[in-house]
Ligand binder design. Structure first.
Ligand code: NAD
Length: 287
């Protein structure tokens, strides 16, 4: 049976370190870091993510407010909102909650953010720095995954990591982080057009599932003793739950846990790490 990685506890340790960093800033006479969150529309999932981020920010001493705009906001107006936050010297970090409505090109909005305030690390300048291994913000979910692996005592150097999913927010930046000198993994990135996926995943020492398909990864796709990191967050109907659904990952937890050496649960694995690393970026922005 695999060791179940406690993402909640590891994220709590990181948040403690962030709190200390914030306290030191304040002792040195600086105002607390300030994170501005921009939320468009009334999608309940987005609203609940934003609430979670704000609560976590306040707990570590980071001030944060959400500016909420209707679905009907134009792209130009949203870009202006971002420009105003760029110009506001009280704002250290800017976070635009995704997804945005279809009529808004999200890339235009991300590119409007001052790269020094881009705590999600989505701006092309920051993505470029990440690729080049230059200092700067780290993308929250991928950096959270690397921290989870390291802090669980799993060797990465020289190991074969297979990532399922090539998105700009998880798969691609995670591959960048893992191949940097000092991390030293050998990485394969798979996607929806990959042929013979199970043949590839079965060779992984560390398998990362980030495709957004409920319980897609089954035990026969995993090598015995592999470490399995489940990034997926999927809602499946469940009449026994008050809210009518439950959250599951991209990995069939029970059967894969029998075969793996380490596994992350959903919820309580990668999710809490994402928030912690975004807060770390906000502290870095303030510093
Ligand atoms: P996405 O939809 O942008 O990308 C999915 C990727 O999976 C694509 O590259 C696609 O090619 C690949 N894919 C889809 N079906 C596949 C298949 N059958 N075989 C192989 N590859 C396949 O998704 P995303 O934004 O990267 O998110 C992925 C999952 O991670 C979602 O469930 C999302 O909710 C979750 N997520 C969690 C966190 C967190 O903090 N825990 C953060 C971001 C995303």
């Amino acid at each position: 049976m695999a060791v179940i990685i406690n993402g909640k506890a590891i994220a709590a340790d990181i948040r403690n370190d962030i709190k200390q960093g914030v306290d030191e800033l304040i002792k040195a006479g600086r105002r607390p870091p300030y994170l501005a969150v921009v939320l468009v529309g009334d999608d309940p999932a987005s609203a609940s993510y934003v609430q979670g981020k704000q609560k976590a920010a306040h707990e570590v001493g980071i001030q944060s407010d959400t500016r909420t705009y209707p679905d009907s906001i134009t792209q130009a107006d949203l870009v202006n909102v971002v420009h105003r936050l760029n110009d506001d010297s009280e704002v250290d970090g800017i976070l635009v909650q995704l997804p945005l409505p279809d009529h808004i090109e999200y890339q235009r909005v991300i590119e409007a953010i001052n790269p020094d305030k881009d705590v999600d690390c989505f701006h092309p300048e920051n993505v470029g720095k990440l690729m080049l291994g230059l200092p700067g913000f780290k993308p929250a979910t991928p950096a959270g995954i690397v921290e989870l692996i390291k802090r669980s005592g799993i060797d990465i150097a020289g190991k074969r990591v297979v990532i399922i999913g090539r998105s700009n927010i998880v798969g691609k930046p995670l591959a960048s982080l893992l191949i940097q000198k000092g991390v030293d993994a050998t990485v394969t990135v798979c996607h929806s057009r990959t042929q013979n996926l199970p043949d590839i995943t079965r060779r992984a020492d560390i398998l990362v599932a980030a495709l957004g398909r409920a319980e897609f990864v089954t035990a026969d796709m995993v090598k015995k003793g592999a470490a399995v990191i489940d990034v997926g967050i999927n809602r499946v109907d469940d009449a026994t739950k008050e809210r009518g659904y439950r959250l599951v990952g991209d990995v069939k937890f029970d059967e894969v846990a029998e075969k793996a050496s380490f596994i992350t649960p959903v919820p309580g694995g990668v999710g809490p790490m994402t928030i912690a690393l975004m807060l770390q970026n906000t502290l870095v922005a303030a510093q």
